[in-house]
Design a binder for this molecule. Structure first.
Ligand code: AP5
Ligand code: MG
Ligand code: ZN
Length: 225
């Protein structure tokens, strides 16, 4: 795949990884570079939470505990999202699918339109590093830029580089919720690594390199598609 100015059949890339693996960070770069829609199921839920929609109220009750939102509502939300026009060039999925039922629903939806996944990139990071990253993550409430006190700090402590807003933390980045999310990932989402390995789409990637090195590796994979 070339950059966003070229013509190409739509591309679907899945970023698979534990909480804090860097899915959101890399999806943002990849989406912009290749003109792909960045679909984060977590961001979609958080938008609903902040607008206090019925979906948001339901999702929050699971997110606060570090549990997965039920498959039926998650699948419906993402299927509606991929039908939107900005997905014409393709999609980079961040945090979806997370269960085998979600993966099957995505496969079926793409197959119906004679499309298929290009790559499922498994970004691997050890738990200790994930916990350190998530407790050091700060986010701009105005523009959603993500910072990290250890690896990617803002220029002025506590404020966004782009608009100066006071940075905040995610409710589910509390240490006990982080541990629960990691546990849920191992039990419910990690089996998807084998699911995509069996279908031949899996690409493994060392997620403990610097953000720039991980981007380079992700771009290398995208260029083969
Ligand atoms: P979601 O929002 O998807 O959260 P998550 O999977 O827990 O992942 P994170 O967003 O925490 O991490 P990330 O991999 O995006 O890392 P990031 O790039 O920010 O889901 C939240 C909740 O919503 C779930 O718990 C569930 O309840 C619900 N949900 C969502 N999707 C669902 C689904 N499909 N089904 C059911 N329920 C669902 O990076 C983390 C930090 O590290 C940042 O500070 C960043 O700057 C830093 N960093 C990134 N890369 C590097 C690097 N290479 N080196 C050093 N630091 C780095
Ligand atoms: Mg994320
Ligand atoms: Zn900002």
């Amino acid at each position: 795949m070339k950059d966003s100015s070229s013509n190409h059949a739509p591309i679907y890339i899945i970023l698979l990884g534990a909480p804090g693996a860097g899915k959101g960070t890399q999806a943002e770069v990849l989406g912009k570079r290749y003109g792909l829609a960045h679909i984060s199921s977590g961001d979609l839920f958080r938008e609903n939470v902040s607008k206090q929609t019925p979906l948001g109220v339901l999702a929050k009750s699971y997110m606060d505990k570090g549990e997965l939102v039920p498959d039926d509502v998650t699948i419906k939300m993402v299927m509606e999202r991929i039908a939107r026009p900005d997905c014409a060039r393709g999609v980079v999925f961040d945090g979806f699918p997370r269960t085998e039922a979600q993966a099957q629903a995505l496969d079926a939806a793409l197959a119906q339109e004679n499309k298929k996944i290009g790559a499922a990139i498994s970004i691997q990071v050890r738990d200790q590093v994930l916990i350190e990253r998530l407790t050091a993550r700060w986010i701009c409430p105005a523009c959603s830029t993500v910072y990290n006190l250890l690896s990617n700090p803002p220029r002025v402590a506590g404020n966004c580089d782009k608009d100066g807003s006071a940075l905040g933390q995610r409710d589910d980045d509390k240490p006990e919720t982080v541990r629960r999310r990691l546990d849920v990932f191992r039990r419910q989402t990690a089996p998807l690594i084998e699911y995509y390995r069996r279908s031949g789409f899996l690409r493994d990637l060392d997620g403990e390199q610097s953000i720039e090195q991980v981007t380079a590796a992700v771009v290398n994979i995208a260029q083969t598609l």
